[in-house]
Design a binder for this molecule. Structure first.
Ligand code: AP5
Ligand code: MG
Length: 191
């Protein structure tokens, strides 16, 4: 099984590259951001609470993420070549919880792929997307906050997987196809 974490700063291309990985390697895609945005679109209680964090660029509470994700992981790791986790784990506590969950399912994370993109390019991509996305967090003020939260809370997750020898940094600058070629090389080396 290929159980891949795709990680990196807001706008680095996690969603874009996940779509390509799903097709090439027949994996299931689990994006905590997408799950939360569908709750927001439904105006559910969870969605409304999540929106108050997301619109400010903050992480939503860990418990909310575990509630929506643990069931999904248990279901999606059955009868599949593997899963892609996009946007999770987002801090070291989430990484520890994920490791415990995977162990309880007798599965393991294959590799964390860390997409590296310059900050100015990230801001440009997100501002362009913000013209049409309707996302409450695609505006300059919130983008800056998201980048700060990424550095403080999410970047340490890389160190966690480095110590397990399950870390691969990938240059996330260039065309979508060029980047996918680099990601495919990493995945193929793990199969
Ligand atoms: P989430 O949805 O995970 O957003 P994010 O990490 O900020 O990342 P994005 O989805 O904005 O970008 P991406 O890396 O997927 O890039 P994309 O492919 O879209 O999280 C949103 C919020 O939800 C968080 O801030 C938090 O509040 C909450 N949340 C989510 N998970 C959580 C968790 N586990 N714990 C707590 N809170 C959580 O690409 C971006 C744009 O660039 C697109 O327009 C794309 O077309 C374009 N693009 C892609 N590749 C290229 C390229 N090579 N060249 C030019 N343009 C490109
Ligand atoms: Mg995304």
């Amino acid at each position: 099984m290929l159980n891949i974490i795709i990680c990196g700063a807001p706008g680095c291309g996690k969603g874009t590259q996940s779509d390509l990985m799903v097709k090439k390697y027949m994996l299931k895609h689990l994006s905590t951001g997408d799950l939360l945005r569908s709750e927001i679109a439904e105006r559910s209680e969870l969605g409304l609470e999540a929106e108050s964090y997301i619109s400010k660029g903050n992480l939503v509470p860990d418990k909310m993420i575990f509630d929506i994700l643990s069931k999904a992981i248990a279901e999606q790791t059955r009868n599949t070549n593997g899963i892609i986790l996009d946007g999770f784990p987002r801090n070291v506590a989430q990484a520890e919880a994920l490791e415990a969950l995977m162990a309880s399912l007798n599965k393991e994370i294959t590799v964390l792929i860390d997409l590296k993109v310059d900050n100015q390019e990230l801001i440009n991509r997100l501002l362009i997307r913000g013209e049409t996305s309707g996302r409450c967090d695609d505006n300059l003020e919130t983008i800056k906050k998201r980048l700060e939260v990424y550095e403080n809370k999410t970047a340490p997750v890389s160190a966690f997987y480095k110590t397990k020898n399950k870390y691969a940094a990938v240059n996330g600058m260039g065309t979508i196809d060029e980047i996918f070629g680099r990601i495919s090389s990493v995945i193929d080396s793990k199969r």
